[in-house]
Write a protein that binds this ligand. Sequence first.
Ligand SMILES: [Zn+2]
Ligand SMILES: [Zn+2]
Ligand SMILES: [Zn+2]
Length: 439
Amino acid sequence: MKIEYAYNTDDIIKLKKNYIYINYRKISQQDVLPYFIFLNTAVGVKVRKITTRKLWMLKDKFKQRLHDLIHSQLIGTNGTHIQTLIGLEEACDGCEKCSNIAQKCLEYGPLRFSTLQTMIYSKNYKKLHVTDKLFEDIAEYCFAKSKNKEECYKELDETILSTISCDKLAIWINETRVLPNDEENHMHMPREVIDIILRKWNVKSIKLSMLHKTNEYVCRDEWLRYDYFTRVRLNDPYSKTKQSDLKFNHVEVSLSYSQECVRGLGNLPPESEPPGGYDNFIPNIRRIFPTDRITMDLSHWFAVARKDIEKKMSTILQVVTMEKPQNLSLDMKFFVQSGTVKKLNEETNKEELLGIASGYVLQENRLHCFKKSSPFIGGKGPKVFLDNKWIGRRFHIEDTVNQFNFNLDVYIKEKELEEEFNEELLQEYPNSFVRHFFA
Ligand SMILES: [Zn+2]
Ligand SMILES: [Zn+2]
Ligand SMILES: [Zn+2]
């Protein structure tokens, strides 16, 4: 079950709202309880999985009430059926009800520090979610409780317990955090805190989610004034990042809610706006979370490419091969607007179709996927979010010497393909990029 607040990408969030989307359908504040009761009594559902998103954007009273209703109506005090609970601590900042349920779930998080402190039991989680803010809170806590570096590391060792293990660790990173007097950026994380979690929890694979905004944007910076912890950031120059001796099966990267990182991968300086440095993203991942397999989903709604597919594809190729990677298989899902494949010739005032960036080899694969989205009209969200079909083609790069395999799967909305290209134009450009979507 998905319970989320959705907002327009063009809107800056000014007004806290009094409605929510439940399974992609708009439900107003007063209808939430009747709807939950209906689910319980009429339908008799046993909710196993609850994902909430951006509840912190709701009006405070509604947020608190929704948090309590989710517990009382959907989960129940015993939490007998619940297996997955994601995002609810955004509403309460960590509470006893939530931490009790954390103990019953197979997948849980993101954890607030107070919930982490209750995890003194022994349990193997399928998946735990943490945030960059949690890493910082752990560093600050250990730092505050100690007089020197040695004591600080001892405290850290006692804070992260090896009775907990998790197969997959999902790390949520906010791209626009702030230090006093600084620009918005992805902020430094304490490396030793990350490393001890990876080790003690026996993490086997990683999911990284880059998020443009969260409610945890203000940084605490006491730990930064001392050299107890090494600072790492995924958009810092990778040559300074120490190579970890751990190894992970897979690193899955979600950029669905990213703006800065997605932009940084498709535009190199000087065209990218600050904060930059995201060309270091993949090399840094391979140093902090060593792996031979990375999959990345770029955004399908938040920062979709609008211009010049040829250039975008060649920039992406430049970025992913910057380090001359070895033993890496990289899959990227890239969602574009149909406008990226055309260009207006200013002299003839005619539309032209762009080609495929050099280096890529088109594969036979016929791909498609479905993504939920519906337009906002006049700042008002849709009644329901509908599925859109996206059609994809695979473009391949292979370097057998270095064992580097890269698949760039480019997706365009089926509706845009149907509406915006006529046969005549396609025939005029037989080698164009978009023509392959009709073949
Ligand atoms: Zn709670
Ligand atoms: Zn921004
Ligand atoms: Zn191949």
